[in-house]
Design a protein around this ligand. Structure first.
Ligand code: GCB
Length: 603
């Protein structure tokens, strides 16, 4: 799905700002037919939960309504007009005045509607967006809704981050011609010193297509005719981890010789391959250093913010991280574009987190039902999961930074049903993108020998908390157990292995000379212990600490104002472990000839 862009034939208006806002109730039903009667204004983009000082809003379960008026630029006569919502978490409905024009389920991928026939250039219309935050056993991620004795709806969910909701990313109005580029797919390869760019352009109607490739200075380095083909770039400048280089693929659509549409797609030429126990980028072994992260900041929750975007990447660069995982959902497209421009490597994950009712019943005090079953993860959940994979790949397939798809975090893979559930999803992922390795993230409750699905995937991604959830405070026992388990995986599969989560909750400013969990010293010692083990395992291809920064969770008996496993605090101050990681990762970066970041200018 194309990101809206301003080109010679397309215009773009960002609809961010303060919108009228109300919780759904009998009084505000059908707000789309009239101006929403409310005193509240909510910022877009932002989650709504923490911006008001009101528990009823923070804990609301169900629909909320956002509304504003929008004027269509008067120069758009003759163009198609679209509304695009980058994310409505978890379900969205878009109304133009009283007309429903789009419905979408899935809180982290975009959707849009062609509203040309309902609006007029130069005129205003009322734009209302309903957003629903409910999670059930058939949504991705799953959850359960209960109604308490007082008749209040309660949302339970099976993942360890706050169920922030609302319009957390931008909303756009854009114009595009009727005969236009509908989609572009790019796959790159290398042939000796040359780069090959295979492209496929989908059009809304028959037309002539020219594709030109321009280098970073704007010089044309390749050209092709036709809706699909291959462009050869002589003496290609590769996109490398830590040394990004982007070409522009300029698509031009003509009818009877006249230019009717043009769209520009950034392209990084690079290859990704799993060979034996290695993860290769451009044919060279790559070692991941970095984090599992969250889109999470104070007040705005999951709201996208460019200042935090730049700051978080600056901190990742400072610490020597070369990569991250979009745990546990697709991040804003701005994040991936930034990674593309600055040479960060991304493991791109769907929102399939919490497909594990044994974790729920064990840790989170939830229902004691089997994960897979008619009332838990069922065929409908699987269909929603398949759709989440489709939408992730449709959105992110052209990002050079994305080197692997992670289709789930910590599902229950200890039971036989997991195989029937995952086999078709892996096949679907490979069919949609035969070029990138596919993984899922394994939970410690499904260790080697118990897990039923790892053979289906290309890379072993493990989340392990030896020294935290087990062997708490005993790093000696943790070290022995961790090593034994990793050797077991290595022996059984011989695949590249990545620690996608290891971490210890740490209260910034809490210190001890003893190995005391929750102290800054313990976090550093815990990470150090893990690193000793990783360095002894030949199949190890990377380490992502959990987590980049402290983040908000539901309140419970194991969480005090959120999860504290951040190497940075929620306001991005380093804990002691940050300095230790910096020494290690900058040394690893040098060994692999990888600068942590690059400085190719932003576009
Ligand atoms: C995990 C989950 C992550 C949690 C983390 C923890 O395994 O994947 O979402 O936040 O553990 O800190 O418990």
């Amino acid at each position: 799905m194309l990101k809206p862009r301003s080109t010679a034939t397309r215009e773009l208006v960002r609809l961010d700002g303060l919108w009228r806002f109300a919780l759904d109730s009998d009084e505000v039903r059908s707000p789309w037919g009239a101006t929403l009667d409310t005193a509240l204004e909510a910022p877009v983009p932002s989650s709504y939960n923490d911006v008001f000082a009101d528990a009823a809003i923070r804990d609301h379960v169900g629909w909320v309504w956002y509304q504003r008026t929008v004027r269509v630029p008067r120069g758009w006569a003759g163009e198609r007009v679209f509304v695009r919502v980058d994310a409505a978490t978890h379900e969205g409905r878009v109304y133009i005045d009283d007309q429903l024009v789009a419905e979408h389920v899935g809180g982290y991928t975009p959707f849009e509607a062609d509203i040309t026939d309902l609006v007029a250039p130069g005129q205003e219309f009322r734009l209302t967006i309903g957003v629903n935050n409910e999670l059930t056993n058939t949504t991705i991620p799953p959850g359960a809704i209960t109604v308490d004795a007082q008749g209040r709806k309660k949302q339970q969910y099976f993942h360890d981050f706050y169920n922030y909701a609302g319009l957390a990313r931008s909303v756009w109005l854009y114009s595009a011609p009727a005969v236009r580029v509908d989609d572009v797919t790019v796959v790159t390869d290398v042939d000796g010193a040359d780069g090959l760019v295979r492209y496929d352009v989908a059009l809304t109607a028959d037309a002539d297509v020219t594709v030109r490739i321009e280098d970073a200075d704007g010089a044309e380095v390749g050209v092709a005719e036709g809706a699909n083909g291959v462009v050869r770039i002589a003496d290609v400048h590769l996109w490398q981890p830590g040394a990004a280089y982007l070409y522009d693929l300029v698509v031009e659509v003509r009818q009877d010789g006249d230019l009717v549409d043009t769209y520009t797609q950034a392209v990084g030429v690079r290859t990704v391959e799993v060979r034996g126990n290695q993860f290769l980028i451009n044919g060279e072994p790559f070692y991941f250093t970095g984090f599992g992260r969250h889109e999470d900041t104070a007040v705005r929750g999951k709201g996208h913010d460019d200042a935090y975007l730049v700051h978080d990447f600056a901190l990742m660069t400072w610490i020597g991280a070369n990569s991250f995982r979009t745990s546990h959902y697709p991040y804003a497209e701005e994040v991936l574009e930034y990674a593309d421009r600055h040479g960060f490597v991304v493991i791109d994950e769907t929102a399939a987190v919490g497909l594990n009712y044994s974790v729920v019943s064990g840790f989170l005090g939830g229902p004691t039902v089997p994960t897979f079953g008619p009332d838990s993860v069922n065929d409908q959940t699987q269909a929603a999961h398949a759709q989440a994979i489709r939408e992730l790949i449709a959105r992110d397939k052209n990002h050079p930074s994305v080197v692997m798809w992670s289709i789930a975090n910590e599902p229950d893979t200890a039971v036989d049903e997991a195989r029937a559930y995952f086999e078709p999803l892996v096949a679907l992922t490979r069919e949609l993108d035969p070029t990138r390795p596919v993984t899922f993230v394994n939970v410690m409750l499904a260790p080697v020998g118990v897990d039923k699905v790892s053979d289906l995937f290309d890379v072993l991604c493990l989340n392990r908390y030896y020294g935290w959830y087990i062997n708490t405070g005993d790093l000696e026992a943790a070290e022995a157990n961790l090593e034994a388990e990793l050797r077991g995986w290595e022996q059984m599969y011989g695949k590249p292995m990545l620690m996608t989560e290891y971490g210890a909750d740490t209260i910034a400013g809490y210190h001890s000379v003893l190995d005391q969990p929750w102290t800054e010293e313990y976090q550093a010692a815990y990470l150090d212990m893990n690193h000793r083990v990783f360095d002894r395992i030949a199949s190890f291809v990377g380490e992502h600490v959990w987590n980049f920064a402290d983040f908000q969770t539901a309140t419970g008996i194991i969480r005090v104002d959120g999860n504290k496993k951040g190497v940075f605090t929620r306001d991005r101050k380093p804990k002691a472990a940050a300095h230790a990681l910096r020494s290690r990762w900058t040394a690893i970066g040098k060994e692999h000839g990888q600068p942590a970041s690059v400085t190719q200018g932003a576009s």
